[in-house]
Design a protein around this ligand. Structure first.
Ligand code: UDX
Length: 432
């Protein structure tokens, strides 16, 4: 493998993980960002996002002189052989991805890119963007390659260094091969294809995962109604290798920075070519309904009304292991509970006291036992491991009511029962 000179534009969790991991593979990486404070912090080795292993890789890269942070894309690209675009593509009007950041970087660097370099798009962008970038660049000597990332928040470094696959697509085969070679040491299966196919892989993967989860949440509902336990049902189907055990955990619905955005974007893309993607629409509807179902479950557990009822919430982030609240089902459920008049106190190991927009809905405290004090019930919304090992006898002594609604089937019902509490899971029969 040849060490390459790489520029990474955008130092969010994807850009930073990409930069730090490529440096750890031996490449020489310059990461750019538009935020001067962020550039200063990262240059000093301070990583403020919660990603296991990332600080260590950044420190290692800086110390080895293989990783550098600069302000502005134009400084990063001057000497680059490969330029990775890792800028945000938030949900724009009508659900389509907003490409303002991608386009502004292109116009900034267009005339600065060294002859023959390759521009790689890692941001999740609509099918056809690589072609559009090629036109905007207006540089026949520069190939554009789509190389989508599949990095989960909270395990991004692990996912980068242990990929299930590498997907690289371009109309310029030699450029695609050069990009694939950057990952050669990882030994992952590599799909070399055209740009539209690579772009679609990203959406097809995330939408499939969302569909799998909506399906599981529907089976959970059915399990409750038919007297079955969803944990046994998913174990039973998961041994089928065509289905697999992963991503079969029911919950309050899927959220985060990717699945909601990507499902809406693919619906939009399908609409644009007159394809009614019914399956995906049902996937999203099922997810919205799941939040309502959880609220109904909590209301029923509390005797039929939530008006003036004090509830303690365990977890606010969209999943454990991250401090990210974007499109968090936990927050969506909290808002619905609040609308029904519940008084909410919440604790989340990843969320500090004062979070704009959150504190209007719930009072955030920094201790799990504090949320139990005087509450009619507890609702677990995010599957942080530490919730399993709470002193449940102590929790029971602080609670005024008896019920714990476990929307992730995360707790041990027997431990709660021994502490004198009632457990209500999702898709599971109640334990009193
Ligand atoms: C996702 C994709 O997994 C990743 O490949 C992609 O590129 C970015 O989007 P991420 O958003 O970090 O990653 O979260 P992920 O771990 O996939 O979880 C998404 C949502 O599904 C979360 O709300 C999570 O709680 C929920 N989930 C996941 C379940 O409810 N049950 C499961 O079994 C798994």
């Amino acid at each position: 493998m040849f060490a390459r000179r790489i520029a990474v534009v955008g130092s969010g969790y994807v850009g930073l993980t990409t930069g730090a991991c490529l440096a750890s593979l031996g490449h020489r990486v310059i990461c750019a960002d538009v935020d001067p404070d962020k550039v200063d912090r990262l240059s000093a080795g301070r990583v403020s996002i919660l990603e296991p292993g990332l600080s260590e890789l950044v420190a290692e890269g800086l110390a080895a002189g293989r990783l550098e942070f600069v302000l502005g894309a134009s400084k990063a690209v001057l000497d680059a052989e490969v330029v990775f675009m890792c800028v945000p593509t938030p949900m724009g009007v009508g659900g389509a991805a907003d490409l303002v950041a991608v386009e502004s970087v292109i116009s900034e660097v267009r005339d600065l890119l060294p002859a023959g370099c390759v521009v790689v798009n890692k941001s999740t962008v609509p099918v056809g963007t690589a072609e559009r970038m090629h036109q905007l660049l207006n540089r026949p000597d520069i190939a554009v390659v789509s190389n989508p990332e599949f990095l989960r928040e909270g395990s991004a470094v692990h996912d980068f260094l242990n990929p299930d696959r590498i997907v690289v697509g371009s109309s310029a085969q030699d450029a695609a091969e050069r990009v694939a070679a950057l990952y050669a040491r990882l030994g992952a299966p590599t799909v070399l294809t055209d740009a539209p196919s690579a772009e679609l892989v990203k959406y097809a993967a995330n939408c499939f995962l969302a569909m799998k989860l909506s399906y599981v949440n529907a089976i959970a509902e059915l399990s409750e109604r038919l007297g079955a336990n969803v944990a046994d049902v998913t174990e039973g189907i998961g041994y089928d290798r065509r289905i697999g055990q992963a991503f079969l955990q029911p919950g309050p619905g899927w959220g985060g920075s990717c699945l909601p955005k990507d499902t809406h974007a693919l619906i939009q893309a399908a609409d644009a070519v007159d394809f009614d993607f019914m399956l995906l629409r049902a996937t999203i509807d099922t997810n919205t309904r799941q939040r309502q179902r959880i609220v109904t479950k909590i209301r029923e557990a509390c005797g039929g009304s939530l008006d003036g009822v004090r509830l303690g919430l365990l977890g606010l982030t969209f999943k454990a292991g991250t401090d990210d609240l974007r499109d968090s089902p936990a927050l969506a459920v909290a808002e619905l509970l609040r609308e029904e008049g519940a008084e909410l106190t919440a604790y989340d190991p990843g969320v500090a006291h004062a979070v704009p927009g959150v504190t209007d809905t719930v009072r955030v405290v920094d201790d799990a036992y504090e949320v139990a004090k005087g509450a009619a019930g507890l609702v677990l919304l995010t599957e942080w491991p530490e919730f399993r090992t709470l002193d449940w006898a102590r929790v029971a002594s602080l609670l005024e009511g008896r019920v714990v609604v476990d929307t992730r089937n995360h707790l041990d019902p027997d431990v709660l029962r021994r502490a004198g509490l009632s457990w209500r899971g999702v898709g599971m029969q109640p334990v009193d």
